[in-house]
Design a protein. Structure first.
Length: 94
């Protein structure tokens, strides 16, 4: 498991999915930088270097209603799993 993901409070299966998305796919160009870009967009951060590691980026993104659902949906589609298997549910506005 990637050390940056250890601090995230999520089931191991979800961490594995996130590691695959953020670490392995970043070698192919872009998944990791896409997450950072989304973080900066949501929180109006102008400089990517202000986000110190991947764990912080994920935690920030997961606090956003829209991006939590988008990331969860993307994880499930990429790995052909159901939302129940991830331990997370879609956030809804109350």
């Amino acid at each position: 498991m990637n050390i940056l993901l250890d601090s995230i409070d999520a089931p191991e299966e979800v961490k594995t999915v996130l590691e695959d998305m953020l670490v392995k796919r970043s070698e192919k160009g872009g998944m990791r930088s896409t997450f950072f870009a989304m973080c900066c967009e949501i929180f109006s951060i102008e400089d990517l270097s202000k986000i110190k590691d991947v764990a912080v980026a994920i935690e920030l993104l997961m606090t956003s209603f829209y991006f939590h659902n988008r990331i969860l949906s993307g994880c499930c589609q990429m790995h052909y799993i159901s939302q129940k298997q991830t331990g997370f549910s879609m956030l809804s506005r109350k």
